[in-house]
Design a protein around this ligand. Structure first.
Ligand SMILES: Nc1ncnc2c1ncn2[C@@H]1O[C@H](COP(=O)(O)OP(=O)(O)OP(=O)(O)O)[C@@H](O)[C@H]1O
Length: 585
C-alpha cells in the first residue's frame, strides 16, 4: 500500500522518509525518560546512596527529552504534512492526465459523483496514510521493537514475560483486519450508492417536484443513507470487539512481568535491578504501541481506496498518437466497425462511406445505435473491431486535438461554463476577435435573445447554462461550431429542444453552421433529413439500409415504416394545431 502511493511521490518520497526518521527520534526521546526514572528508582530500591544533585540531573534529563520530543514530533509532522499535500497534488494532477487520456465516453459513464469522490475524498484519505500512518506508525512501531531487543539483552526471561500480551493482541488485530477488509467492498459500495443518490436527488429535484414525487424520491434517498449507516455501523460493530481486545491487551506489558518477574527474583532466576529496568522500559512502550495501533482500523479503507484509484489509472487509455491530421481529403470511412458497451454489442458490421461535402443522416428507432456511431466518429470510444478513417488516416493514428480541429460535434446537451455567453461561444476558437464571436452569434440566431439581456453577450450564462433555455443553449453550441469552422460537422439531435417558436431559427442556425461542410446529422424528425445526400437506416446496431430517401422508401421496409410513422405523427400534430389555432408541426 505504502509503495503504491510512494510511486507517485517523486521528489517528496525522501521527505516522507525523512519525516519518519525525525518522528522515530522523537519517539526514542519519549522512551528515554523511563531510563532516567530507572536510574533514580533502582538505587532507592537497592538501598544505594544517591545525591540530590544526581536526582536533579536525571530530572533535567527527563525534561530535556520531553521538550526535544515535542519539538521533533512537531517538526516531523510538519515535514510529513508538507510532503503529503504535495504528493496529493501530484496524484491529482496525475489522475487528471490519466483521465484526459481515457475515452470521453468512459469518463461520462463514470458520472460526476464517483469522479468527484475519487478526486476529492479518496485522494484526501491518503493524507492520513502519508502524513500520519507512515511516519508516525513506523516510528511508533520501530521504537518498541528496539526496546524489546534491548530487554532481551538485559534478561531474556523477563523480556519474554513483557511480550506475553503480544500474541493475543496481534491475533485480535489480524482478525479485525481480516473482517475490515472482507466487508470493505460492501461498505465502499454502500457509500458509492449513497453518493450517487444524493447527487441524483439534487439534480433531479426539479423533475421530482413537477411530478409531485417528493415522497418516492425521498424514500430512495432515505433508504440509501440508512443503508450506508447500517453498513458502516455493522462494519464497525464487527470490528469494535477485536479493536477493544488489542487496544487493551497489547499495551499491558506488565500483565505477566510483575507477578512472574517478582517470583523469578524471589527464586533467584532474575536480578531485582533487571526486573526494575524491564518494568520501566515495558511501561515506556505502551504509549507508542497504542499510537501505532490507532492507525490500523483505517488501513483497510485506505487500501481499498488506493486500489480504486489504481483501477482508474490502469484503465485502458484511448488509442491515439501525437500525429497531426494529414489525410488525403476528408472522406469518412467506417470499415466493419463493431462496438459494445461493457459486454452489450450495440453496433456491428458497420460499413459507411461519407464523401467530403456530403450531407448524411443517421436515422432509426431509439436505441438503434445512431449516437454511438457519432461518438465513435468523434473518438469518444475506440471501436472493438474495424477502423474509422478520415482521408484514409485512422482516428487512432492521429491526436485527439488533430481530430477535434477537423470535426465539430454538437449533441443535445452542450455544456455551458459559468462565464459570459461571449466566452462560451469563444471556446469554439479561442483566438477569435470580439467581432468574429458576435458574427458567429448572429449566424446562429443567438442575437435575438442575447440583445434582450441588459448585459447582452457579456451576460453570465449560469452554471451549466442554467439561465438559458434548452433551445438557446443549442444555438450557442451552434455558434461555437460556426466560429470553429471545422470542415466536418456532426449534429446529434440538434433540434431536440426546438419548440415551434425557435425551430425555424435553429434550422437557419444549422444551415449556417454546415454551409459547404461535410454534415453527419442524427435526427428523429425524418422530414428534416429527407433531402440528405445519403441516409443510413440503423436497426438494432446494424445498418438496415443506405441510400437517398426515395431509394430507401422503395428498398428498405423498416425505413418505409419509420417514414409512415413520421407522416402520421405530423398529421396528428397538424390536426391538433388546427384545433387550437397554433402551429405545431
Ligand atoms: N454509456 C452507455 N452504457 C451502456 N449502454 C449504453 C450507453 N449508451 C448507450 N447505450 C445503449 O446502447 C444502445 C444504443 O444507444 P444509442 O444512444 O447509440 O442509440 P440511439 O439510436 O442514438 O438512441 P436515441 O435515438 O434514443 O438517442 C442502446 O441500447 C443504449 O441503451
Amino acid at each position: 500500500m505504502f509503495n503504491k502511493v510512494l510511486e507517485y511521490a517523486g521528489s517528496y518520497r525522501n521527505r516522507t522518509i525523512l519525516s519518519g526518521i525525525v518522528i522515530l527520534l522523537a519517539v526514542l526521546l519519549q522512551v528515554l525518560p523511563f531510563l532516567f526514572v530507572y536510574r533514580i528508582i533502582k538505587p532507592l530500591i537497592m538501598g544505594e546512596a544517591i545525591s540530590f544533585g544526581y536526582i536533579t540531573v536525571c530530572i533535567a534529563g527527563v525534561c530535556i527529552c520531553l521538550v526535544l520530543h515535542a519539538l521533533l514530533y512537531v517538526k516531523g509532522l510538519s515535514m510529513s504534512h508538507d510532503a503529503a499535500y504535495n504528493i496529493l497534488m501530484r496524484l491529482r494532477i496525475y489522475l487528471q492526465r490519466r483521465l484526459e487520456n481515457l475515452p470521453m465516453g468512459r469518463i461520462q459513464e463514470k458520472g460526476t459523483g464517483s469522479l468527484k469522490r475519487m478526486f476529492v475524498d479518496d485522494v484526501d484519505s491518503i493524507e492520513m496514510l502519508l502524513a500520519h500512518a507512515l511516519p508516525e506508525g513506523l516510528g511508533n512501531v520501530a521504537v518498541p521493537v528496539m526496546v524489546y531487543i534491548s530487554l532481551f539483552a538485559v534478561d531474556w526471561k523477563l523480556a519474554l514475560l513483557s511480550m506475553a500480551s503480544l500474541p493475543i493482541g496481534m491475533a485480535a488485530m489480524c482478525v479485525m483486519y481480516a473482517i475490515g477488509s472482507k466487508d470493505m467492498s460492501n461498505y465502499y459500495k454502500a457509500g458509492k450508492v449513497m453518493n450517487n443518490t444524493i447527487i441524483e436527488y439534487i439534480n433531479g429535484m426539479e423533475v421530482v417536484k413537477v411530478f409531485n414525487k417528493d415522497g418516492d424520491s425521498y424514500k430512495r434517498y432515505e433508504k440509501d443513507i440508512k443503508n450506508y449507516r447500517d453498513f458502516t455501523l455493522g462494519w464497525y460493530k464487527a470490528c469494535w470487539p477485536w479493536m477493544a481486545v488489542y487496544n487493551s491487551v497489547l499495551p499491558s506489558t506488565l500483565i505477566l512481568t510483575l507477578p512472574l518477574g517478582s517470583w523469578f527474583v524471589l527464586r533467584g532466576y532474575s536480578a531485582l535491578p533487571d526486573l526494575i529496568l524491564v518494568m520501566c522500559l515495558s511501561l515506556s512502550i505502551g504509549i507508542p504501541l497504542l499510537k501505532a495501533l490507532s492507525f490500523i482500523p483505517s488501513l483497510p479503507q485506505i487500501n481499498y481506496k488506493i486500489s480504486a484509484l489504481e483501477n482508474l489509472m490502469n484503465e485502458e487509455p484511448l488509442k491515439q498518437t501525437d500525429r497531426d491530421f494529414n489525410g488525403d481529403g476528408l472522406t469518412i470511412r467506417f470499415t466493419d466497425v463493431a462496438f459494445s458497451y461493457e459486454k452489450k454489442l450495440v453496433a456491428d458490421h458497420i460499413n459507411m462511406v461519407i464523401k467530403e461535402g456530403q450531407k448524411v443522416a443517421l436515422v432509426g428507432e431509439s436505441g438503434s445505435g445512431k449516437s454511438t456511431l457519432a461518438k465513435l466518429l468523434v473518438h469518444y470510444y475506440d471501436p472493438d473491431r474495424g477502423a474509422i478513417t478520415i482521408g484514409g488516416q485512422d482516428l487512432r493514428n492521429m491526436s485527439l486535438e488533430a481530430l477535434t480541429q477537423i470535426i465539430s460535434y454538437v449533441d443535445q446537451d452542450q455544456y455551458l461554463f459559468n462565464t459570459s455567453i461571449f466566452e462560451n461561444i469563444k471556446i469554439g476558437c479561442p483566438s477569435a476577435s470580439r467581432e468574429q464571436v458576435i458574427e458567429a452569434a448572429e449566424k446562429a440566431q443567438c442575437m435575438e435573445f442575447i440583445d434582450k439581456f441588459p448585459q447582452g453577450i457579456d451576460t453570465l450564462s449560469g452554471s451549466g447554462g442554467r439561465k438559458l433555455s434548452g433551445g438557446q443553449r443549442q444555438r450557442i453550441a451552434l455558434a461555437r461550431a460556426i466560429l470553429k469552422n471545422a470542415p466536418i460537422v456532426v449534429l446529434d439531435e440538434a433540434m431536440a429542444f426546438a419548440d415551434p417558436e425557435n425551430e425555424d431559427k435553429l434550422e437557419k442556425a444549422i444551415s449556417e453552421a454546415v454551409k459547404g461542410k461535410t454534415l453527419i446529422v442524427i435526427a428523429h424528425r425524418l422530414q428534416s433529413v429527407k433531402n440528405a445526400d445519403m441516409i443510413y437506416m440503423m436497426e438494432k446496431g446494424y445498418i438496415a439500409g443506405a441510400g437517398t430517401h426515395d431509394q430507401l422508401i422503395r428498398e428498405c421496409p423498416s425505413y418505409e415504416k419509420l417514414w409512415q410513422a413520421a407522416l402520421e405523427s405530423a398529421d396528428w400534430k397538424t390536426t391538433t394545431a388546427g384545433k387550437d389555432g397554433k402551429r405545431n408541426a
